[in-house]
Design a binder for this molecule. Structure first.
Ligand code: F6R
Length: 612
């Protein structure tokens, strides 16, 4: 997730672009850049690091002449943070500058195509493909720039918001949106484009929301918009009355809520580019098939919520691979003298890529001769750099301390990894793999359905926010989810909470149940729903209150047993946790809100835990 801003008007563009980018820095901050057309040339300045580095280089923008330009603050997805990988990306002729949010899924094929035509690339980014492809179709001005962009759009696949500046047509900017937000701002004698309204609020509150597939041509007088077939469309102008703080949160009250709601889009980014022809495709994956076939054991090592992802992975991957898969807490793993050798793959999971315990576990695993694959959100982070192999989650920056969208994308990437290895080892047939992947592609939409029913969960939270203790129980993947649901609740609402494997109830925990005790019972995993219903009855017969979460097809069974039931759509059993986690996140969020807690910054916690 990056930030985009563009300006065309009568004032010097660079200071406006830099100021706009500063409002977007919370979205991505490993590098930044601007392209401004002025003094008869395209001027591009980029710098790795925080925006302040670029700002200093350009004397707050005063050093760059010109009244039209685009700017970008980057959160790396393809290619490490560096000057060369920063945006704007410029075509070989130097005439086309592009800023981009999102992912071009077929960039590898397009890059090969362009290389065959003699185009050489300077960066590792998917964005450069767009700049080069527009240039390729532009053919040195033989085709109008809008036509060249249109031809490019017909070739690229994926999710993108684009801002395009052409040196030969500096009286306009081109904006394109597909599955990645982009708005236009209409000012007095100037027009803007931006990925978030925050970037332009100081200049205008009159905006046009582009819809998917739409393209716009911006001039200083305004904007003309076109649909996906380049037919002109009339767009409504909306007035924004948010203050900047609310705008950063996309109009939501908290980052946590925004990030919960962003999960379908984050899942799309994590999953869709990795599916092709019924198989998982991991671009540039360095672990050979022979190595994957030789594996004897997998360890999944992480902390906190990332460890809970590992717990789900233990169930799912063991079933897929038919070799032992263990989930271990990184803080324990590093001191437990684990038995590892070259037949063990250690998968470390970390949103931040900087968690010290996880880092230490990674080093210990390497010291003992295992190979390490990491699943990480922050590109170029320490864990990513020290691992033998990395799979990025592409969730975008996560600001709230309590993780939500990073958890969901970690889960999706771990499932993809399991399916990929299982196919290499022959423990999964092509037909079943295809079926699971088809279901996986539907997850974002199903998750949207779950999130759209958030009012029901808010209502349940209003019934239960005053408990002093809440228990979670479930079996198999539902047990792993219970751990996550319980952590979410306790860390942001400060309610004491514990999670148990439901079968353990009668081995001790049941003594805690007294009239009124709240138990959240997770019963989605189809082979074991009946068992969970029995556990619910045990709780209810001791006066406990039960809030059950199950699938739509099991609603009846649970509504007889539990006081309240939340359902999620049916899907392949291994994918259920990706849906079930959402009501748990929302429940924790609403409860914390009703208790007046600081949801985004819970006491005593930090987003990145770099101490032991
Ligand atoms: C809980 C939470 C933490 C992190 C844990 C690991 O909501 O966010 O439990 O999951 O501190 O952090 P990463 O994934 O950055 O290594």
């Amino acid at each position: 997730m990056c930030g985009i801003v563009g300006y065309i008007g009568e004032e010097q563009a660079a200071p406006i672009l830099l100021e706009g980018l500063s409002r977007l820095e919370y979205r991505g901050y490993d590098s930044a850049g601007v392209a401004v057309y002025g003094g008869g040339a395209m001027q591009v300045r980029k710098a790795k690091g925080r925006l302040s580095v670029l700002d200093g280089l350009l004397d707050h923008g005063k050093a760059l002449e010109g009244v039209v330009g685009v700017g970008h603050t980057r959160w790396a997805t393809h290619g490490a943070p560096s000057d060369v990988n920063s945006h704007p990306q410029v075509s070989r002729s130097g005439k086309i500058a592009v800023v981009h949010n999102g992912i071009i899924e077929n960039y590898v094929q397009l890059r090969s195509f362009l290389q065959e035509q003699g185009v050489s690339f300077v960066s590792e980014t998917d964005t450069e493909v767009v700049a080069q492809l527009v240039d390729y179709f532009y053919e040195d001005g033989r085709v109008d720039i809008l036509e060249a962009v249109g031809r490019c759009l017909r070739r690229i696949e994926g999710a993108y918001a684009l801002g395009i500046l052409c040196a030969d047509a500096s009286d306009r900017l081109i904006a394109v949106r597909k599955d990645s937000p982009l708005i236009l701002g209409l000012g007095e004698g100037c027009t803007f484009l931006a990925s978030d309204v925050t970037a332009i609020l100081r200049h205008t509150r009159e905006v046009i929301y582009l819809d998917d597939g739409e393209t716009a041509v911006l001039t200083r007088e305004g904007a003309r918009c076109y649909d996906h077939l380049m037919r002109p469309v009339e767009k409504a102008v909306s007035h924004v009355d948010w203050e900047t703080d609310a705008a950063e949160k996309g109009g939501y009250e908290h980052f946590m809520f925004k990030e919960i709601m962003e999960q379908p889009e984050a899942l799309r980014r994590a999953i869709l580019p990795r599916l092709r022809g019924g198989e998982v495709v991991l671009e540039g994956f360095g672990l050979s098939d022979a190595y994957l076939r030789s594996l004897k054991k997998l360890y999944i090592v992480a902390c906190g919520s990332s460890y809970h992802v590992g717990m789900v992975g233990k169930y799912n991957l063991e079933r897929l691979l038919r070799i032992p898969v263990e989930a271990a807490l990184a803080s324990e793993f590093r001191y437990m003298d684990p038995i590892l050798d070259e037949g063990t793959l250690v998968v470390v999971i970390s949103q931040s890529g900087e968690t010290l315990d996880t880092m230490a576990a990674l080093r210990e695993a390497k010291r003992l001769g295992a190979r390490v694959l990491s699943i990480v959100n922050v590109v170029g982070s320490s864990i990513a750099r020290e691992s033998d192999e990395v799979l990025y989650t592409w969730a975008g920056p996560e600001i709230a301390v309590a993780t939500t969208k990073a958890y969901s994308t970690q889960l999706a990437v771990l499932d993809l990894l399991g399916l990929y290895i299982a196919r290499r080892r022959g423990s999964l047939d092509a037909g079943t793999c295809r079926e699971v992947l088809e279901e996986m592609a539907r997850l974002p939409e199903k998750l949207e359905q779950v999130l759209s029913r958030r009012d029901d969960i808010q209502y349940l939270a209003s019934q239960h926010f005053s408990h002093s203790s809440v228990f979670y129980m479930g079996r198999n993947v539902d047990y792993a989810l219970g751990l996550e649901g319980s952590l979410k609740l306790k860390e942001i609402s400060y309610i004491h909470s514990e999670a148990y494997a439901a079968g353990e109830l009668k081995h001790g925990t049941i003594s805690l149940i007294e009239p009124g005790t709240l138990v959240v019972a997770l019963g989605t995993y189809p082979p074991l729903t009946g068992k969970t219903v029995s556990n619910i009855q045990e709780v209810r017969s001791r006066g406990g209150q039960v809030l059950a979460v199950t699938t739509e097809s099991h609603r009846e069974d649970f509504s007889h047993a539990a006081g309240a039931v939340i359902t999620v759509p049916d899907t392949h059993p291994m994918l259920l946790p990706s849906l079930t986690v959402a009501p748990l996140q929302l429940f924790a969020y609403y409860v914390a809100l009703m208790r007046g807690c600081d949801v985004d910054k819970p006491r005593n916690l930090a987003k990145s835990v770099t101490v032991e």
